[in-house]
Design a protein around this ligand. Structure first.
Ligand code: GDP
Length: 205
């Protein structure tokens, strides 16, 4: 997909602030320093987009960006900094979990992992949570360029097997752009309406 327009819509924190639900949304999350901003900038084709999320005070908020005036990506706070016994039980706090559970316009989640590290405890928790709230997940295994070609191929096969039906796996590199096309293909499907819809899951709850 070619992104011709991108703008910051707003940020949500514990006291609110999320833009009103409107266009379809795709959430993007992962542990801190995994390469999430680089992946977003690579997808969107703009270097500085995700930087808005990194200004002080914004790193623990959800940052909304409207693309092509048609759909939004939502940059979630990084996890992996345990702050207390209760927080250690889960990858994300109640702010993100509430958003993922309740947002009527949210279609799916891109879970960014480091291809070299694979799926760890926090990612298992995120996958279980997403399944529980009926949210489709694509796992983007990024920094694939840091593995030798053969090892990268083996790792992608291994991760696909590990995830099974729980999530789609896309090998990615923000450095080479590998994975950009297949990842967009998944997201385009969600934007077109094949992700979660609030109507579809409401009867179960
Ligand atoms: P974030 O904290 O998850 O947003 O991570 P960043 O996008 O800021 O990336 C963290 C570090 O990993 C930076 O030094 C990036 O240059 C590097 N990085 C991110 N993606 C890739 C990638 O695909 N390949 C390589 N080689 N380095 C990457």
């Amino acid at each position: 997909m070619r992104i011709t327009a991108a703008r910051f819509l707003g940020a949500a924190g514990p006291s609110g602030g999320a833009p009103p639900p409107g266009p379809p949304e795709i959430a993007i999350g992962g542990r801190s320093n995994v390469g999430k901003s680089s992946l977003i900038n690579c997808l969107v084709g703009r270097r500085g987009l995700a930087r808005a999320s990194q200004t002080p005070g914004r790193t623990r908020q959800l940052n909304f960006f409207l693309l092509n005036e048609r759909f939004a990506i939502v940059d979630l706070p990084g996890y992996g900094f345990a702050v207390g016994p209760e927080e250690e039980q889960r990858a994300w706090g109640p702010l993100v979990e509430g958003y993922l559970r309740e947002r009527p316009t949210l279609r799916g989640l891109v879970l960014v992992i480091d291809a070299r590290r694979g799926v760890e405890t926090e990612e298992e928790q995120v996958l279980a949570f997403a399944a529980d709230v009926g949210l489709p997940v694509v796992v983007a295994a990024t920094k694939l360029d840091k593995l030798a070609a053969g090892a990268a191929r083996r790792r992608v096969v291994e991760l696909k097997g590990w995830l099974g039906a729980r999530a789609t796996l896309v090998g990615f590199s923000a450095r080479t752009g590998e994975g950009r096309v297949p990842l967009w293909r998944v997201l385009e499907g969600w934007i077109a309406g094949r992700g979660r819809t609030f109507e579809a899951r409401r009867p179960n709850r």
